[in-house]
Write a protein that binds this ligand. Structure first.
Ligand code: FHN
Length: 653
């Protein structure tokens, strides 16, 4: 039954908060060691430059005789993990399922056990969601491109990436129809042969076959490195995937999951002794949940199918902590507190009463202050002992507090604070606007979600008082000013004051040029850039006139384009420009650099602005593609309006 909404699709995942990642494959056999180097992991085929036919010798050695899917599921469940994501196929292309489309799979190993079939069944028996990781990058398949740089001997003559995409679709279809994964976790999407168009087709395949299945953002090409944040308007995928890091303030407004290792490697490495302590792992879980994210914690099983003992120890320690405190993680959401002296806070919000879970990391004897909390505290107690009530009150300046318990859990002590109604945390209002400069006027947003509070503000930098004007969201400014704002309830200021300055600027005058006609001049050059150089002599070929800024079909690699001409603007205004490119690009207007989107990257959008007077303004845009996918688009927006493509009739040359 297709979910009625994205919220319905994501509901179980948001409640889960915690999952197990499993990186397992042939690479567990060498266990990170090749010749005299022992720091390899699941990338060993590439990092040790093992030729394809040599690596293939691991397939007959695959004998996970101690693999016990129920044991894995029990350990995950006890640790409070609600879902398991296993590498159905990692970058080496080896499949942990018996695929009809390749012999490079467990079906062609001595015991031929279908790992995914056994693990999916065990997950169902133990009430866990079974999920699959699938690498788009495939170092084994003859049609996958690009080859590894050191594999020059492997011919690419017959390679056909479109045929590889059909193979990929066929296998993903196998995974979905056979194992019904709750999440499809794509990876290996960063090479230039994978494009937004291919990502969209794969995402649509997943939606068509399993509308309820969740798909991560690495199906597309917009992930920003390890931050994992798409950010692009056109990106597809249901959640963002920061890796080995926890975003400082979470990723507000999107679903996100931080995936991390327990030591330094995803795949089993017998030499790796740098295991994170249970305290670090538990506090990562708390930190992530307090910011509204999920924690996907990795185990790299050994070749025999057992979890490393150091991993089991950690899972069992986490299990003990979760038995006491799991309700402070599962089914909770981020708190609105910006920063708490003692640790973190998660929230279980209900209409009549809500519970704030205070996670105490390192605190003295002092009171646990909750700055900005507006709710009435009903009671406070140490988890999991509701009978062990704790004293609470308000400081002289009205800040609510709870006194900490005597007992301390070295991993983290949790105090439950029940309050009346849905949590209200009063923070100084954010002062937001599209820009800090304007030509004519600017809409400044002074919003609060607090039903009892009103935002009061001044424009001269002075502190707002109970008689200052109130703002219900937007204030229109027409002169240089400093906006100062605070929340008031019943005539009393209940938050600190925030301030932000805005400047009125004069638009760049139009250039005195006689434009010859519509369109821009576009010049092409062969280049070997990683960044755009300051010189332009490469563009020594005759220009052609084009009607808009975009790429000719099949533009290819090691190529640069320069667009030159004039932009005809109708009114004096501050214009914002959104430049999307793969690889790098730069936009100058009247000789001033307005957008710098330079460098080697996938399709990435950068926004800049320019104050322009009515008339013609000189424009130069340089773009390049080194290898693989290529994209270029320029959008603009007037204040308060959505971005649109620059109309063709605005270009002159
Ligand atoms: O290259 C992979 C890596 O081996 C591992 O699978 C991680 C886990 O998310 N993902 C890629 C690196 O971003």
């Amino acid at each position: 039954m297709p979910p009625r909404s994205q919220d319905e699709r994501m509901a179980w995942w948001r409640d889960a908060r915690f999952g197990m990642f499993i990186h397992w494959g042939l690479y567990a056999i060498p266990a990170g060691k090749w010749n005299d180097h022992g720091d390899h992991g699941e990338w060993i085929r590439t990092t040790a430059k093992i030729p394809r036919e040599v690596y293939a010798r691991f397939q007959p050695q695959w004998q996970p005789e101690q693999f016990d899917a129920d044991q894995w599921a029990r350990l995950a469940k006890a640790a409070g993990m609600k879902y398991v994501v296993i590498t159905a196929k990692h970058h080496d292309g080896f499949c942990l399922f018996d695929s009809a489309f390749t012999d490079w799979d467990v079906g062609n190993t001595p015991d031929g056990r279908d790992i995914l079939r056994e693990l999916s069944a065990a997950c169902r028996r133990h009430g866990l969601k079974f999920c699959t990781y699938y690498s788009i990058m495939d170092w084994h398949h003859p049609d996958y491109l690009p080859r590894r740089g050191w594999e020059a001997d492997r011919s690419t003559e017959e390679a056909d990436f479109d045929r590889y995409e059909r193979y990929l679709h066929a296998q993903v279809t196998e995974l979905i129809t056979r194992y019904r994964p709750a999440v499809m976790w794509f990876d290996g999407e960063w090479e230039k042969t994978w494009t937004h168009a291919r990502g969209l087709r794969l995402f649509e395949l997943c939606r068509r076959l399993a509308p309820e299945m969740i798909v991560n953002n690495r199906v597309d090409v917009h992930r920003r490195g390890m931050q994992g944040f798409s950010g692009s308007r056109e990106a597809v995928g249901d959640f963002d995937t920061p890796e080995q890091e926890i975003p400082a303030t979470g990723l507000p407004g999107v679903d996100w999951e931080s995936c991390m290792t327990m030591n330094r490697h995803w795949g089993w490495n017998a030499q790796d002794r740098q295991w994170k302590s249970p305290k670090v792992l538990v506090r990562n879980l708390i930190d992530i949940a307090s910011k509204g994210g999920n924690y996907l914690l990795n185990v790299g099983p050994r070749a025999d199918g057992t979890f490393p003992p150091r991993a089991v120890e950690r899972l069992e320690t986490i299990a003990r902590w979760m038995r006491r405190n799991g309700e402070s993680i599962h089914g909770t959401t981020a708190s609105r507190f910006d920063r708490l002296d003692f640790g973190r806070c998660t929230v279980r919000a209900d209409d009549d009463t809500s519970t704030l879970y205070l996670h105490l990391f390192d605190w003295g004897e002092g009171m646990l202050k909750l700055p900005g909390l507006a709710n009435e505290i009903l009671r406070a107690y140490e988890l999991p002992y509701p009978e062990r009530e704790l004293p609470f009150g308000r400081t002289r300046d009205g800040v609510p507090f709870v006194l900490p318990p005597q007992e301390r859990d070295d991993l983290a002590t949790v105090v439950a604070v029940e309050v009346r109604g849905r949590p209200i945390v009063r923070k100084a209002p954010e002062i937001t606007a599209e820009s800090e400069t304007f030509v004519n006027s600017l809409r400044v947003h002074l919003a609060t979600t607090d039903p009892e509070a009103v935002v009061r503000y001044t424009l001269d930098g002075s502190e707002p008082t109970r008689t200052s004007p109130s703002a219900d969201d937007v204030v229109q400014i027409t002169d240089r000013c400093t906006v100062s704002a605070a929340l008031f309830v019943a005539g009393k200021r209940v938050t600190p004051v925030t301030r932000r300055a805005f400047a009125k600027v004069s638009p760049l005058p139009p250039v005195k040029a006689l434009a010859r006609g519509p369109g821009l001049e576009r010049t092409r050059a062969s280049v070997d850039w990683r960044r755009i150089p300051d010189t332009r002599e490469v563009f020594d070929q005759p220009a052609t006139v084009v009607e808009r800024i975009d790429l000719p079909t099949a533009i290819g690699e090691h190529v640069a384009l320069r667009f030159r001409g004039f932009l005809d603007v109708a009114t004096d205004e501050l214009y914002r420009f959104a430049l999307t490119s793969d690889d790098g690009s730069k936009l100058w207007i009247d000789g001033q650099l307005v957008v710098d989107n330079d460098g080697l990257h996938g399709a990435t959008e950068v926004i800049g602005e320019a104050a322009l007077a009515r008339g013609l303004h000189q424009v130069e845009l340089v773009w390049f593609n080194r290898t693989g996918g290529a994209e270029l688009a320029l959008h603009w927006a007037l204040p308060g309006e959505a971005f649109t493509e620059v109309p063709n009739d605005r270009w002159r040359h």
